[in-house]
Ligand binder design. Structure first.
Ligand code: AGP
Length: 610
């Protein structure tokens, strides 16, 4: 939700921190700030608005010049509107902190602190955390003990970096349920929400665990648990180059990431295919485990939940076991009925989504076997699920998820084939044939879908001036319609709705007029004629129709104002190129409307709060 970073070493701290904050802006960008030791003082510069505003203020004030140890923050507001005073860092002359997460019990803590003489200037929960640490430090006179005492008091989620005024060459960091890495360089060290923030300086990092405390100087990193016992950590190496995390010449991260889909699919599937059959044994999913699954529940949010809908369609088709798809924020409060033979799959690009993490923990409490499908190595969901299958989509910076979704559904196809084989629902020959099509054909077919970009951009021109529209589809096309609708809404701000095409006549068709265009998805042959009937129904009421269908679809050109034909592909897998087309459509509509495509208003890339 927010991005934090910190530096200690020989470089100009403000430069390193600002660089990191620019990279972290995808996590939130409504205000930002830096605290650093300069000229013997703990100096703070912060401002509402994007990181650029702080950068200009730092240059103008010069108060951070010469600092070699500091912390920084870019915010997505949760407690307190975006403002200068609510911007991080928070603290007083003795301590400054930056925080990502939510202190749920900030009110009683603030009351206790006020009783002990503390005053507060902001509306934030973070200021309470800062003064809580200060309170403990004033009582115990040990920085580590103060931080541990604060962790014991705090209820909520946090990744916090801390500067103590009386210890000007050391960064402290604590975390629970929010990501925090400790970067290790030559004579310099870093803390950050995401390795991308420090990749230009080092690829080596530790992933701080929950309820752990990092004590970081330029030459040494110590990680302690709540008993101040040193904790051994594996030094990880980021596989992402800084270029991979930067735009590489594209107009937006989103279009860059769509372009990466063929390679991302291939990279993700390749390690899970042996002898041209799916193989997930390295992820702990052998045939005995898969064959014993009685039901599957996908739990996720937003686009990741829509990937679960595709997984449902494919697993029920190939494996004939019941599949539920649950919105994580609902699942976690619905007291779900789960048993030990139930597979609960948490899909999450970031691996830090608070609702999905809570759902994972609830499923584990109820004894279900939990599997994470996650894109970020070492993220909380990845570490807490019983097993995890990583998607190798690489860093997804644009707030709108594209390649992560396309890779998630590709992976779910592969997993479904293995499950069906393990359950005896597919012969080995059939499984191998499906796998070959998926692995050998789909990256090429997605490239062909991307090559349709100009045609899709033309179609986008039909819709960019509307404020409302419908997506309609049947079966898996209805699930893709939901994802297409979300993509369009979140980046173009057009209000769109995905509707089961057969359901329109039960009320919603009353909304169809010449001012309500319709995007119809018809990629499955058995339902094509039904879809044509639905298209005729909405056309009769004045709607302009864009039809996205398969090559050779009967009389398609006569049925719609504009038709986009998918590249020729196996019908079972048509959801994959269709996803790419829908992402391109949303992108070009938003581009024509001049929207801030990579950072849509009100949104953040990783929603680590409820
Ligand atoms: C995707 O376009 C959205 N920005 C959003 O719905 C996202 O998919 C959702 O917040 C889940 O995120 P996760 O995959 O990181 O858990």
């Amino acid at each position: 939700m927010c991005g934090i970073t910190g530096y200690v070493g020989a470089r100009e701290a403000s430069e390193v921190i600002l660089q990191g904050l620019h990279t972290l802006e995808y996590r939130g960008y409504d205000s930002a700030g830096i605290a650093a030791f300069a000229n013997g003082n703990l100096a703070v510069v912060k401002a509402v608005g994007k990181v650029q505003n702080v950068e200009e203020k730092v240059k103008a004030l010069g108060t951070l010049n010469g600092a070699h140890c500091g912390i920084g923050h870019t915010r997505w507001a949760t407690h307190g509107a975006p403002s200068d005073i609510n911007s991080h860092p928070h603290g007083n002359e003795r301590i400054q902190i930056v925080h990502n997460g939510i202190i749920e019990n900030y009110a009683p803590l603030r009351a206790m602190l006020q009783k002990n003489g503390y005053t507060f200037v902001s509306e934030t929960d973070t200021e309470v955390a800062a003064k809580l640490i200060d309170y403990h430090y004033a009582n115990c006179h040990d920085r580590a003990d103060a931080l541990i005492a604060a962790m014991r008091d705090i209820v909520g989620s946090y990744a916090i970096a801390v500067l103590f005024a009386d210890c000007p060459d050391t960064l402290y960091a604590i975390r629970k349920d929010n990501p925090l890495i400790v970067g290790v360089g030559e004579g310099e060290s870093f803390v950050a929400s995401d390795i991308a923030a420090v990749l230009r300086y080092t690829k080596n990092y530790y992933q701080l665990g929950d309820h752990q405390l990092a004590v970081v100087t330029k030459d040494r990193v110590s990680i302690l648990d709540m008993e101040k016992t040193p904790v051994e950590h594996e030094l990880l190496t980021a596989t992402w180059s800084i270029e991979a995390a930067e735009r590489g010449g594209y107009a937006h991260f989103m279009i860059k990431e769509i372009g990466e889909e063929p390679e991302a699919i291939e990279k993700t599937l390749r390690p899970r295919i042996k002898d041209m059959l799916p193989c997930f044994e390295e992820e702990g999913l052998d045939d005995s485990r898969l064959a014993g699954i009685k039901s599957v529940t996908f739990v996720a949010c937003g686009t990741a939940m829509h990937a679960g809908l595709v997984g449902k369609t494919v697993i029920e088709k190939l494996c004939r076991v019941p599949v539920n798809v649950e919105i994580a924020s609902e699942f976690r409060y619905n007291d779900p009925i789960l048993n030990k033979d139930d597979l609960v799959v948490i899909i999450s690009q970031s691996g830090e989504t608070a609702d999905s993490l809570a759902a994972l923990r609830l499923a584990k409490e109820k004894g279900a076997y939990t599997l994470g499908i996650v894109n970020v190595i070492g993220s909380t969901i990845a570490r807490e699920a019983d097993d995890v299958i990583y998607t190798w989509a690489g860093p997804e910076i644009s707030v709108a998820s594209t390649k992560a979704y396309t890779v998630q559904i590709s992976l779910l196809y592969l997993l479904s084939i293995r499950m069906a084989l393990a359950m005896g629902k597919l012969t080995e020959d059939a499984a191998r044939s499906y796998t070959r099509t998926l692995y050998e054909d789909m990256p090429r077919i997605v490239r062909e879908a991307i090559a349709l970009e100009d045609e899709v951009a033309e179609a986008a021109a039909l819709f960019c001036d509307y404020e409302d529209l419908f997506f309609i589809g049947r079966g898996i096309d209805y699930h893709l319609a939901m994802e297409g609708s979300l993509k369009l809404k979140e980046i173009s701000y057009i209000h769109s709705e995905a509707y089961a095409a057969g359901e329109l006549k039960h009320g919603t068709i009353s909304l169809i007029t010449e001012d309500m265009p319709v995007i119809a998805l018809a990629t499955t042959s058995p339902l094509y004629e039904k879809m044509i009937s639905n298209i005729r129904e909405v056309k009769a009421r004045g709607a302009e129709v864009l039809l996205i269908t398969r090559e050779g679809a009967k009389d398609a050109a006569d049925e719609a104002k504009k038709v986009i034909y998918l590249p020729n592909c196996s019908e079972l897998f048509s959801a994959i190129p269709l996803a790419t087309i829908l992402q391109l459509l949303a992108y070009h509509v938003a581009a024509k409307r001049g929207c801030d495509i990579d950072k849509p208003r009100n949104l953040a890339k990783s929603v680590t709060v409820e």
